[in-house]
Design a protein around this ligand. Structure first.
Ligand SMILES: CC(C)(COP(=O)(O)OP(=O)(O)OC[C@H]1O[C@@H](n2cnc3c(N)ncnc32)[C@H](O)[C@@H]1OP(=O)(O)O)[C@@H](O)C(=O)NCCC(=O)NCCS
Length: 187
């Protein structure tokens, strides 16, 4: 089991582990079709949120490919979870990790996703020994593309019709940054 050094605060946000009290906040955004639109899966049911929250609260390892950590994002001074940032270990051998973000649209358009993702990426490099951090996103997910670009990640690939989203062929961008690039950009 691994625990990041949480909570941490950014200019406006507090990043902390999920707690059993977060179910309603989690369900509020994970159940929305507009939130799931580019996630290549349906919105989560309440039962799926219960199960997902239980896993988050129990904590996870960071040792094998596929292990993941999910950070809850709140506005500092408030208890409501406004979104989450996910880190997934893609290759333990090569220290490669994937980052993702899901936010409640009620709190969108304020820079919270970028602020939280930036802090989480710094944690991944500082505490998890990540060498390369990447994000994969549907090319139509323009909000997410802008988050990657605001973070200073490099667009490394455009995968064309590499997934099937219902009846639609989905295409993806891969964005990435290396530990030394991230640190140099913020020095
Ligand atoms: C992807 C997602 C997190 C992006 O959310 P977002 O609200 O657009 O992103 P941010 O929170 O970083 O906000 C950025 C916007 O806030 C604006 N903003 C307003 N006030 C701001 C402030 N004080 N500081 C910074 N930005 C501010 C920025 O200009 C920017 O607007 P723009 O994108 O129109 O240029 C969100 O759409 C989402 O959760 N989608 C569903 C899940 C999903 O698809 N996840 C990605 C899977 S790969």
């Amino acid at each position: 089991m691994i625990r990041l050094s949480l909570p941490i605060t950014t200019e406006r946000l507090t990043l902390r582990p999920f707690t059993p009290d977060d179910l309603e906040d989690l369900y509020a955004y994970q159940s929305l079709p507009e939130v799931a639109r580019y996630l290549f899966r349906p919105p989560l049911t309440r039962d799926q949120c219960v199960q997902s929250l239980a896993r988050r609260v129990a904590g996870t390892a960071w040792a094998e490919d596929g292990d993941d950590l999910v950070v809850a994002v709140c506005r500092t001074g408030g208890a409501t979870v406004v979104g989450e940032v996910v880190l997934k270990l893609a290759s333990a051998r090569a220290c490669q990790a994937e980052i993702g973000w899901i936010f409640n649209p009620a709190y969108g358009g304020r820079g919270y996703a970028t602020e939280a993702a930036s802090a989480t990426a710094s944690l991944a490099f500082a505490e998890l020994g990540v060498h390369r951090l990447f994000a994969r996103l549907d090319v139509l997910n323009s909000g997410s593309v802008r988050v990657c670009e605001r973070l200073g990640m490099r667009r490394e690939a455009h995968l064309v019709e590499n997934d099937l989203d219902g009846e639609r062929w989905g295409s993806e961008y891969v964005y990435a940054t290396l530990a030394h690039e991230w640190k140099a950009d913020r020095a």
